[in-house]
Design a protein around this ligand. Sequence first.
Ligand SMILES: *Cc1c(COP(=O)(O)O)cnc(C)c1O
Length: 364
Amino acid sequence: MGNIMTNRLDRGFERYQDEFESAALKVLRSGWYILGKELENFEKNYADFTGSRFCAGCGNGLDALTLACRAIGISAGDEVIVQGNTFIASAMGISAAGGTPVFVEPDEYYQLDPSQIEQHITERTKAVMVVHLYGQTAKAEEIKAICDKHGLKMIEDCAQSHGAYAGGKMSGTVGDIGCFSFYPSKNLGCFGDGGAIVTDNEEYAAHIRQLRNYGSSVRYHNEELGVNSRLDEMQAALLNVRLSHLKELNEERKAAAAVYNAGITNPKIIKPVCREGAEHVYHQYVIRCSERDALAEHLKNKGVDTIIHYPIPPHLSKAYAFLGLKEGSLPITEEYAKTVLSIPMYNGITKEEQQTVIEAINEF
Ligand SMILES: *Cc1c(COP(=O)(O)O)cnc(C)c1O
């Protein structure tokens, strides 16, 4: 028997296999594969689900972030404040639009710390990007108030927080634009690459629809330099199926997290805590341990795979060496990178699998 893996996409498929297969066949037989009814349908469904006026599909999460940054007017020389401990796509979305990410420290819930923002605002700051990391929502309303006070836009990176509420509103709808990835392992995953933005701003939605299609709204009339980044009919159709089950899928992840919370008792382990007023949909179940690498090795030998989200913070990556940020510039972010560990968490994980994980962790 192989190790318990960190993710099992096959179980997510098998669960609604008949629905997925009939949706896929319908698209195959339709003779229409890009920018059609399935996408329109999904955009309407996802706007409704999030409580937004508009949704626009695109090719992936990075493009959602990039196009959102372009829509709010980020260009060369503009700074966007973002947390240091994120997947590098958050930063690359800012960079791809021509802007510069300004990394700040996270709070104890791994989210952007509102108290870190104002000291980093300069003449060139145009926006704040809030990442709801690991599936827990950040203090989005508090951050929005800071943005309003300083005339800044707010973008939310919701690639890990589909369906999670940040206070009274769903993540992605607190700021100006919410950006989603539908990469297969996400809480709302498709069967390839996919992404979308949600917004209440009609101009932003129309602009992003134009940008995603070569900068044209009317065929062969190209208003600006756009990209090719569309959510295809197949992925949209499959997402419509998954979206209809997202609530129960998120509840199942929460239940699995509760099993870990109750079962893991090893004092060497720091378990994730959900902040009062936040929601956590457990895209990842991330623990911390000062002997992280030894723990990972021990778990591997006990039949449990793990993964680190993320071992190299963006500011220390080669890609961002040009910013000139040295080790020690973001101590909390760097400490997290050295100590975090994600244990198996996915829809369809069994009680037995979780028991194996729990026993292996408690033995360490
Ligand atoms: C997955 C992810 C992205 C990027 O999504 P892609 O669809 O892979 O481009 C961006 N930000 C965060 C926080 C993510 O987890």
